[in-house]
Design a protein around this ligand. Structure first.
Ligand SMILES: C[S@@+](CC[C@H](N)C(=O)[O-])C[C@H]1O[C@@H](n2cnc3c(N)ncnc32)[C@H](O)[C@@H]1O
Length: 248
């Protein structure tokens, strides 16, 4: 929360864009024309806003008609923002089962297009959940179809779930055909190192987005980071396809 206050109070752009934060678990967040209802289970979405604005700036021309998944979507801000601004053909917000209702409420509150915006439980590492997610996006994964963009914001904090989170990324990733973007605030260096090590076990590499790739009105260098997660060789992706034994 402290980091969040620093971000919000240090930039008048937040005020200009009508971001109103009254208290930690306020009833409502208003950002541009998006209204987000929050509960104690969802954090204020500072990373989510930086990520949404990053995608808006860098993928504006590319996302129309594409399919997007958000992992650990929380209150659903990034999904709802991108659905309204960039018009992907399908965008699926995923999270724990206990969080799905608040995402649904926010989707309804913003009158999102039902054919376009979906939400579904996806407990990281759960194969059945992942299959349902593919189905609700009308993706035939068994024929090699895939999401075009995989998003995550503020998910790098609990090392106990890193193996499952990376397993899910590995299942979703298709070499040369999709992109993974993760936005996070710096908490502990160790946590970020452990996450990177877990990624490396699956052959992933990371590259940090540069300052000029961000919408600087909504980003402060050194507080929020965005990584592109990718592989350099196709054969590393193929190895994951046989690795379903790791799933619950
Ligand atoms: C810090 S919140 C970030 C929420 C949102 N992405 C944002 O930036 O505002 C982390 C999210 O990850 C979800 N999460 C935590 N562990 C998970 C797991 N094992 N499987 C799926 N989602 C998980 C939580 O429910 C929560 O919504």
């Amino acid at each position: 929360m402290e980091e969040y206050q620093q971000i919000t109070s240090s930039s008048s752009a937040w005020q200009r864009n009508k971001l109103t934060i009254s208290q930690r678990f306020q009833e409502q967040l208003v950002f541009e024309d998006i209204i987000i209802k929050q509960t104690p289970h969802t954090e204020p979405p500072s990373c989510a806003i930086v990520l949404a604005k990053y995608v808006y700036k860098n993928q504006r021309q590319k996302l129309r008609g594409k399919k997007v998944i958000e992992l650990g979507a929380g209150c659903g801000f990034t999904t709802i923002y991108l659905s309204q601004k960039l018009h992907p053909s399908k965008i699926v917000a995923t999270d724990l089962g206990s969080v799905i209702n608040i995402i649904k409420e926010n989707i309804d509150l913003n009158r999102c297009e039902k054919q376009q915006v979906h939400c579904n439980e996806l407990f990281w590492g759960n194969k059945e959940n992942l299959q349902q997610v593919y189905e609700c996006a009308e993706i035939n994964n068994k024929e090699g179809e895939a999401f075009d963009l995989i998003l995550g914001s503020d998910l790098i904090y609990d090392f106990e779930y890193f193996a499952e989170l990376v397993q899910t990324l590995d299942s979703l990733y298709k070499f040369g055909r999709n992109e993974i973007l993760f936005c996070f605030t710096h908490r502990f260096s160790d946590v970020e190192r452990w996450f990177k090590e877990e990624l490396e076990k699956k052959g992933f590499k990371i590259e940090y987005a540069k300052d000029d790739e961000f919408d600087l009105e909504f980003y402060e260098s050194g507080k929020v980071f965005l990584i592109k997660i990718f592989k350099e060789r196709q054969d590393q992706e193929d190895s994951s396809e046989d690795d379903d034994s790791n799933y619950s």
